[in-house]
Design a protein around this ligand. Structure first.
Ligand SMILES: [Zn+2]
Length: 273
């Protein structure tokens, strides 16, 4: 799946899981401010598994920090579409986000309390991934820094007690990324570093092509979208992106104090039973 598409699915998943509006599930309820700030963070987290490739988009999103981070991830994970696209990869990324939650500085001032450095750094990096993948920041050096730092500070101001959701957001983003790649033909090595190659008899069979699902290299796929970047992928992304946008705008309007439910009820009343 393409970078921008991963970002959109991450934002949509965050809205679906955390918003308490009638169009969402509300399984992991957060405040309205956290619905829209978290959507941006989760969009970035949904790009994290692709931070395993030194010439990829992600490596260039926040230079020189991003390419350094990518180089480390690439080495540790065994290269592109390996460790970061596995269950173990999700666990490691989530554990890092959780551990960074403890990195804070106590200001000794009641008004400011502890400044959460770790989640702040994570937030700046993930937001820069999202902005790059959504082509909001291009190949400039200053803009990614100013935009992602500003957004991280805004999140800290609007939702200072909300950093607790950072590990959850990272886990959700990574899972959505892996699912997104899993529904393309190349598939993902879910059980990395374990590798189960499909039996030889399964490959290149006519009729039932079992090797579509269990690739010769051991990857697992449910290739409903075909190749990455296919027309089917673009079509799939239209409702997903619209859903994310509606959910984010809804949360912003709620936060601003608009009676969004009254509008929703009027819209529902227009639909014939
Ligand atoms: Zn990927």
């Amino acid at each position: 799946m393409m970078g921008g598409h991963h970002a959109a699915t991450g934002a949509a998943a965050w809205v679906a899981v955390t918003a308490s509006t009638p169009i969402a599930f509300g399984w992991y309820p957060v405040s309205d401010a956290s619905v829209f700030t978290g959507a941006l963070v989760c969009a970035g987290a949904a790009l994290l598994p692709d931070a395993d490739h030194h010439s990829g988009t992600i490596a260039n999103s926040l230079k020189p920090v991003s390419n350094g981070v990518v180089k480390v991830i690439e080495t540790l994970s065994g290269g592109h579409r390996k460790g970061t696209h596995s269950i173990l990869g999700v666990a490691v990324f989530t554990a890092i986000a959780w551990a960074l939650g403890f990195l804070s500085i106590d200001t000794g001032d009641d008004r400011f309390g502890a400044i959460l450095i770790g989640p702040g750094i994570m937030c700046v990096l993930l937001v820069s991934f999202a902005l790059k993948a959504l082509k909001i920041t291009r190949d400039t050096k200053v803009l990614p820094w100013t935009m992602s730092v500003t957004l991280a500070v805004l999140i800290a101001i609007f939702a200072p007690e909300e950093w607790y959701w950072m590990p959850f957001s990272v886990a959700l983003g990574c899972i959505v990324h892996i699912l997104g790649d899993m529904i393309t033909t190349a598939g993902v090595p879910l059980l990395w570093p374990l590798k189960f190659r499909s039996p030889y008899w399964m490959r290149n069979k006519r009729g039932i092509e079992l090797d579509m699902f269990w690739r010769s290299g051991g990857n697992i796929a449910i290739p409903i979208l075909g190749n990455a970047g296919s027309v089917r992928e673009w079509i799939f992304l239209v409702p997903v992106s619209l859903y994310a946008i509606v959910g984010i705008v809804w949360a912003i309007l709620n936060e601003m104090g608009y009676d969004t439910m009254a509008v929703w009820n009027q819209v529902v009343a227009l639909v014939p039973a």
